[in-house]
Design a protein around this ligand. Structure first.
Ligand SMILES: [Mg+2]
Length: 431
């Protein structure tokens, strides 16, 4: 056949193995092969486990006091979380990926989606191998790479990769059917506990069954988000960075600037905007963050000296208040800002996400107001969210976020409307 179409675009999902525990081990080679766990803010719960710790039966999210005996008995190395370290190592991992592919979309602290188009898609296997090898060689962190035609399939492939050789391609065919058949619906990206129960009550137990299920039924049970997931399982891309499911334990909000930024004020505004966006998402998902890091860097390809720094900020107590988060970003920036650089990117990572009241705390937390500075922001935030929901995102903003037309903002005037993903951008028909 003389005519050949260009190869399909693929997604790679690169996920660091046992990330926090792996970071701790980087500087403690004596712990290689030994069980390691990392605790959340205030040493409350287990938030990361090395493979050896998993084998001991220490559960994810388990309160430390419940497994203390087990930890002692097996001489498990226990670390408090060191967000500054994890943020810095994560940034090295992302930079390493950027040295291989042009586009890297950091999704959570230790995961990135990498779009592979054209020639990149044609060589996806080699690129995946290179990512797997180079990250390990340059940073010491092991990763799993999943490949698929959609983000959801890439996610599932990465889980298989973790258990196998480190790289897995989920393509159409009997092999893919088998992988989807052995993936419980509850393990699919974006299928939460409630959706899992609903699907099970209709005898849909596996990813393969969800893929092949009647579209109308899925829509009725799970709404638009579930329909997207089912289509993604069929290889039809529906999710982008804006409507992708929220990561489970950490959240990233970061972006390259429209123009390079030298002004500290502009950096502060960009970080405040990320804090405000992340706060809104936290509240929507009914979560609070226990830790935050700020990240700023110059361009990797510039002629000037490269500068890349991460600061970790203590939040005092878990919060979902944008005001708290904005204050925290300002403190972080103060620590790492150096004049004279042309900054290309800024962002924040929120860690240790959990529903309010779900973590072991002290008794005083029950009576004290929620906000870090002693004020109670929940009413203010509710009002803010209500106004923005009704009149559009960004209608009510913090002064710290700066002007709408600031030079650091990415110009997106010509973005086409999210006709299939945003209610307020649906095409309007007049008759
Ligand atoms: Mg991971």
């Amino acid at each position: 056949m003389p005519f050949t179409s260009s190869p399909r675009a693929l997604w790679a999902l690169v996920d660091c193995n046992n990330f926090f525990a792996s970071c701790e081990r980087l500087f403690r080679p004596d712990l290689v092969g030994k069980p390691v766990v990392v605790l959340s803010n205030n040493d409350g719960c287990i938030v990361a486990r090395s493979n050896e710790a998993k084998i001991l039966g220490i559960g994810m999210g388990e309160p430390e006091f419940k497994v203390r005996e087990l930890l002692l008995m097996h001489e498990v190395a226990v670390f408090s979380s060191n967000y500054a370290l994890y943020g810095d190592i994560a940034s090295r991992v992302m930079r390493t990926l950027e040295s291989i592919v042009p586009e890297v979309e950091q999704y959570s602290i230790d995961e990135a989606f990498v779009p592979l188009r054209g020639a990149l898609a044609a060589n996806a296997g080699e690129i995946a191998d290179e990512m797997w090898q180079r990250v390990r060689r340059w940073t010491g962190i092991g990763v799993a790479v999943g490949l698929g035609t959609t983000r959801t399939l890439a996610k599932i492939a990465s889980e298989k990769a973790k258990k196998g050789s480190g790289v897995c391609l989920l393509d159409a065919g009997p092999e893919a059917d088998e992988i989807l058949e052995t993936t419980p619906v509850g393990d699919i990206w974006g299928i939460g506990r409630k959706s899992d129960l609903k699907l099970r009550s209709y005898d849909i137990y596996t990813a393969r069954q969800l893929r092949d299920a009647d579209g109308a039924l899925v829509g009725k049970l799970l709404g638009i988000a579930g329909t997207h997931t089912a289509l993604e399982l069929r290889g039809i891309p529906c999710l982008d960075a804006a409507n992708a499911p929220l990561p489970r334990r950490s959240m990233v909000s970061s972006r390259s600037f429209g123009e390079k930024v030298r002004d500290k004020q502009y950096l502060a505004e960009a970080l405040a905007m990320h804090a405000s966006l992340a706060g809104e998402r936290l509240r929507k998902e009914k979560l609070e963050a226990g830790g935050l890091t700020v990240h700023i860097r110059t361009s990797r390809h510039g002629v000037e000296a490269f500068y890349d720094e991460t600061a970790s900020v203590t939040l005092g107590r878990p919060t979902s208040s944008s005001r708290d988060l904005i204050h925290a970003t300002a403190r972080g920036l103060e620590e790492i800002f150096r004049p004279g650089h042309a900054y290309a990117k800024a962002g924040i990572i929120l860690y240790d996400l959990a529903p309010p009241g779900s973590r072991p705390g002290n008794m005083l937390d029950l009576v004290k107001p929620k906000s870090a500075d002693g004020r109670n922001d929940s009413k203010l935030m509710r009002a803010l969210d209500a106004v923005n929901k009704r009149f559009g995102r960004g209608m009510l903003r913090f002064a710290a976020e700066g002007k709408r037309e600031a030079p650091w903002r990415v110009k997106s005037d010509r973005r086409s409307p999210g006709a299939t993903t945003a209610w307020d951008e649906l095409p309007v028909v007049k008759c």
